[in-house]
Design a binder for this molecule. Structure first.
Ligand code: GDG
Length: 501
């Protein structure tokens, strides 16, 4: 790269959704409010420092022209540009609800029986990925780095190459990557794997995901060779090479820790204990989804109360389910099933006028409430059947400022790889095992609770979301580091009190 292109190199971030919440005024005009997710917080310093663009779908059907004024206004103070990819109703149906959420989501979470392998969905996926690439291509110049995010956009890199883009291309998958036995069921396994190999760097949450990807490449791509089995491997194939690495995503640890220590959060947490007094609180917080293992978790709690009468009256499960994909029959059924099970447990064990075993809330919590729930919980019970990472587990640890609490975590959450030094790992399918874990967590002595929590907090603090961005960008652009220096010191510009939610 020559010095001229070095001076121009910028970051182009591409994600399915723009990091803004769009609202239409009664007059039909769109306004945009910045989102404050961890990804935005972490990428902001780099985008500001390098300049660049964030490209994505605004989240509603409409033309790019309709959204342009709202995007220009929203981007004005941010130090980087925003660009919209317009999707129409058929894109949203076949690409978003169809291929992304009825095929990739269940398949990559090891649930192939839930997949609807509709051929029209694949066509729509290619078409929409091409749409994204057409918006990205004119904005990504030679020397820039394009960072594409998540399972909706796996083919954007290949489409960009087809359009002649010379920028470096990276991709990060936020959900798990399945083992060959599962991935091979996908009718479009070959073009999908080949599309992923058109990126210069493909990033995964865990070493297991990266190994699964490498194993699929070896099975599907003729004459492919994997070099290096460490955290960063090189895949060589007849037409070229790509690198594949594991980069576990994290949170803005300091922001969570500081916010959790605020008076408002403290008061709210005390209020919760006043409402549910003289017992240990076991907390579950999940988006409504079949991958989260909510029904099995409730059954494990029921098992605990049935097999260990001594636990009755001593623990309550506070289960928050955040509405998601409303109106989709499968999700509506799931909600009803969860409510009925919670009702049955309460019907069997609740004490009139006193202890209620399951406190079920189906709603979105405010940030203040979320932090207060984290702080108030004595035990977090996070038992997804499969999860890319699970940021709730890390946020819970960051907010546990007294360090006197326990994390019970599914061994199938990506976070388990990092938190196994302190969490009690469980198999979410083993309801007796999970019930036993709750009992052991209840009985664990304070020294052990604190030692375990401290170890996890130390690890999350060291490996926060800023370190994650650094590590991905360094791996992606290692050869061009002088052309693409990262902001120093990290996160100096990050809005430290902004909560990633
Ligand atoms: C993907 C992967 C991977 C949840 N309930 C409320 C609320 N939340 C916030 C949490 C957390 C976020 O939502 C959920 O994060 P997760 O990590 O669990 O999962 P996703 O974002 O759905 O999805 C996942 C992640 O990408 C990152 O790579 O970890 O495995 O599936 O930040 O705090 N926030 C508020 N109220 C709630 O009720 N305010």
């Amino acid at each position: 790269m020559n010095s001229q292109s070095a001076a121009r190199s910028r970051l182009v971030v591409v994600s399915n959704r723009l990091p803004f919440a769009f609202r239409r005024s009664p007059g039909g005009k769109w306004t945009a409010e910045p989102g404050s997710g961890g990804l935005v917080t972490a990428l902001m310093p780099v985008l500001r420092d390098r300049g660049g663009t964030w490209i994505g779908w605004p989240g509603a059907a409409g033309s790019a022209r309709e959204f342009a004024p709202a995007l220009a206004a929203a981007g004005a103070g941010m130090g980087y540009k925003l660009a919209a990819v317009a999707l129409d109703d058929s894109d949203i149906h076949d690409f978003y609800h169809g291929f992304s959420n009825e095929i990739v989501w269940p398949l990559f979470h090891d649930l192939p029986s839930l997949c609807n392998f509709e051929p029209a969905y694949w066509q729509a996926y290619r078409r929409v990925n091409r749409k994204f690439a057409r918006v990205v291509a004119p904005l990504a110049r030679h020397g820039d780095f394009v960072w594409v995010h998540d399972y909706h956009l796996m083919c954007v890199g290949a489409e960009l190459r087809a359009l002649g883009t010379e920028a470096r291309l990276g991709f990060f998958l936020h959900i798990p990557f399945p083992a060959p036995d599962i991935f091979m069921k996908l009718p479009w396994r070959k073009p999908l794997i080949e599309a992923l190999l058109r990126y210069d760097l493909v990033g995964f949450q865990t070493a297991r995901d990266r190994r699964n990807f490498a194993a699929c490449v070896e099975e599907i791509v003729e004459d492919a060779r994997i070099e290096g089995r460490g955290s960063l491997a090189t895949v060589r194939f007849p037409e070229g090479s790509a690198r594949a690495g594991s980069f576990p995503i994290s949170i803005d640890y300091n922001a969570f820790m500081r916010a959790a220590a605020s008076t408002a959060v403290d008061e709210k947490a005390r209020e919760l204990h006043r409402l549910l007094p003289r017992r240990k609180l076991v907390l579950g917080i999940d988006r409504l989804d079949y991958t989260k293992g909510i029904t099995l978790r409730l059954r494990a709690f029921q098992e605990l109360l049935e097999r260990h009468p001594g636990m009755r009256g001593r623990v309550s499960l506070l289960q928050v389910v955040v509405p998601s994909r409303e109106g989709i029959p499968q999700y509506d059924r799931m909600k009803t099933e969860i409510e009925q099970l919670a009702g049955r447990i309460n019907g069997a064990f609740a004490r009139p006028g006193g202890w209620v075993p399951v406190w079920f809330e189906y709603r979105h919590l405010s940030r203040l409430e979320l932090l207060a729930y984290y702080r108030a919980a004595d035990i977090a019970l996070i038992t997804p059947l499969k999860d890319g990472m699970n940021l709730v587990a890390k946020e819970y640890c960051a907010c546990s400022i007294e360090e006197d609490c326990v994390l019970i975590l599914s061994e199938f959450a990506g976070a388990a790889e990092q938190l196994k030094n302190g969490a009690m790992l469980v198999n979410p399918f083993d309801v007796q095992g999970v019930a036993d874990a709750i009992r052991s967590a209840y009985a664990m002595d304070a020294d052990e609770r604190i030692a375990r929590m401290r170890a996890m907090r130390r690890s999350i603090r060291r490996n926060d979301v800023f370190a994650w961005v650094d590590s991905f960008l360094r791996a992606a652009i290692a050869r061009d580091l002088r052309a693409f220096p990262l902001p120093q010191p990290r996160a100096a510009e990050a809005p430290s009190d902004q909560l990633p939610v």
